[in-house]
Ligand binder design. Structure first.
Ligand code: G16
Length: 542
């Protein structure tokens, strides 16, 4: 019932920031998905008879690869597969299911916030037994296997029925189709004060959540409308579509523009939010105010003890290096640890497992905690709602008070998407070559204090990750960071992260791009962005 199929390697299967992401036609090449999945299994040891979790965000090609992955898991010796009904599991729900059922690991099919459809993006990532993305030593091993693979194993059986919950047998392995929402919704009920949120909503607090035709639709409907009693219709675009309705399921000010505009209107609801393709990112907008992901991390951490799941306090906070330093000020005041990691949720895994950090966050719209080992969009929404239900203040008042207490980190990210790869690499190489000569250089009123290429020394397993982004630190605490994205699927994406700390509350009402104007200009002067990329302005500003 199982067969071994000969194959030849593809040379382009190096996992990026979050697994392997490519265009669908690339994945549709003969044996392309099979090669990568077999390389995952060949990198693992001791999974015979154990459980594997499989799920995805429902994008185009999800069902096909789920069938392949289940048949290959059977042929490779797994004892059981847990798969979400319809092939659906949000990334945080998959992380929770892996942990709850003590699975060996999981395969999550998603290209996150990237668009979906026959010519758009697809992705495969492997999560380890703690529920988190595989660390670099595992992804390096997977990549090494993809370069030498000669055969893969697959069960020669009919397709599995993914739409009926319950158990089936596939070539001697049990496949259990599970409800994708219920375990996750139960977990949320243990962390947050649902009665308080329900009462706040019943009292007239209005919310809107845009699921962006992606995976969080069923989760948000169940939790926000059914369990918490938000008005019917509060969850928009709640049916997951293979092409996300033709949109980028990316919860930012460009792709969730309609939500932003609604929230800035006179009759705006009190709270607006959105999540991405696979449900791990979040966008938070209060009536009249967009909360940057970096600020959201800091504000959630500062108020977390208002939620029952965090009432005992936080062990520490972790943020990716390009994320603003707003959370650092909260950690300092709380007297807890603050950890600065490279971009990529996988770097938080060790800190969470070791109990060093409780809440983590990234500027790329990711926030989460020790409840799972992925970032979690709806979790962030629920923690905000819990805080708002207890404090009974508006988002804008909470944000203003936070800035008055801690100072404001003005922050923006400028993305230049689908830039010629050689030009982008040339820009980074040229910056790297200047690093030694930059300290002391003046750009207008700005003076460079320090410049480096960020290296991370993991305090738990002592691994070292080099070349994680070029940091230009100015006197007074402002900074500009340059990195190339590890999640794009065509050309290169240059990310420029710009930050200025403003302690004076009288200066907290300036438009962000205005507050950062001199730093934005300095970034171009230093890196020659316009000249090297041929772009006069960023593709996306967040
Ligand atoms: C992934 C990672 C995040 C990272 C983001 C952006 O998110 O899980 O940790 O911050 O990509 O990475 P990059 O700047 O390299 O594009 P997601 O939501 O795409 O899985």
């Amino acid at each position: 019932m199982t067969k071994t199929v000969n194959t030849t390697p593809y040379t382009d299967q190096k996992p990026g920031t979050s697994g392997l992401r490519k265009k669908v036609p690339v994945f549709q090449q003969q044996n392309y998905a099979e090669n990568f999945i077999q390389s995952i299994f060949d990198s693992l040891e001791g999974f015979e008879g154990k459980t594997l979790v499989i799920g995805g965000d429902g994008r185009f090609y999800n069902r096909e690869v789920i069938q392949i992955a289940i048949k290959m898991a059977a042929a490779n010796g797994f004892g059981r597969v847990l798969v979400g009904r319809g092939g659906i599991l949000s990334t945080p729900a998959a992380s929770h299911v892996i942990r709850k059922y003590e699975a060996f690991g999981g395969i999550v099919l998603s290209a996150s916030h990237n668009p979906g459809g026959p010519t758009e993006d697809f992705g495969i990532k492997y999560n380890i037994g703690n529920g988190g993305p595989a660390p670099e030593k595992v992804t390096d091993a997977i990549y090494a296997h993809t370069k030498t693979i000669e055969r893969y194993k697959i069960a020669d059986v009919a397709d599995i029925n993914l739409d009926a919950e319950g158990e089936q047998e596939v070539a001697g392995m049990t496949v259990q189709v599970i409800n994708p929402v219920s375990d996750y919704a139960e977990l949320m009920e243990t962390l947050f004060d649902f009665p308080a949120i329900r009462a706040h909503l019943a009292g007239g607090f209005r919310i809107v959540f845009d699921a962006m035709s992606a995976v969080t639709g069923p989760y948000a409907k169940e939790i926000l409308e059914n369990r918490l009693g938000a008005a019917k219709g509060s969850v928009l675009n709640f049916v997951p579509l293979p092409d996300f309705g033709g949109h980028h399921p990316d919860p930012n000010l460009v792709h969730a523009r309609a939500l932003y505009e609604e929230m800035m209107g006179d009759d705006a609801p009190d709270f607006g939010a959105a999540s991405d393709g696979d449900g791990d990112r979040n966008l938070i907008i209060g009536k009249g105010i967009f909360v940057t992901p970096s600020d959201s991390l800091a504000m959630l951490a500062a108020n977390a003890t208002l939620a029952p799941g965090y009432a005992k306090g936080l062990a520490g906070i972790a943020r990716s290096m390009p994320t603003s330093g707003a959370a650092d000020r909260v950690a300092e005041k709380l007297g807890i640890g603050i950890y600065e990691t490279p971009t990529g949720w996988k770097f938080f895994g060790n800190l969470l497992d070791a109990g060093l950090a409780t809440i983590c966050g990234e500027e790329s719209a990711g926030t989460g905690s020790s409840h799972v080992r992925e970032k979690d969009g709806l979790w962030a929404v629920l923690l905000w709602l819990n805080i708002l239900a207890v404090r009974k203040e508006s988002v804008i008042d909470i944000a203003r008070e936070h800035w008055t207490t801690y100072g404001r980190n003005y922050y923006s990210r400028h993305d230049y998407e689908e830039v010629d790869s050689a030009a982008a690499n040339g820009l980074m190489d040229a910056l790297r070559a200047q690093l030694g000569t930059l300290p002391g250089r003046k750009l207008g009123d700005l003076t460079i204090e320090k410049a480096d290429d960020f290296s991370y020394h993991d305090p738990v397993d002592h691994s070292v990750s080099n070349n994680q982004g070029i940091r230009i630190l100015f006197e007074g605490g402002s900074r500009v960071v340059f990195r190339l994205s590890g999640t794009g699927t065509s050309g290169a994406t240059l990310r420029v992260y710009i930050e200025r700390f403003e302690p004076d509350a009288a200066k907290h009402d300036v438009d962000t791009q205005v507050a950062l104007a001199d730093l934005i200009e300095a970034a171009d002067t230093l890196a020659g962005i316009k000249e090297r990329t041929g772009r006069t302005e960023p593709t996306v500003i967040t």
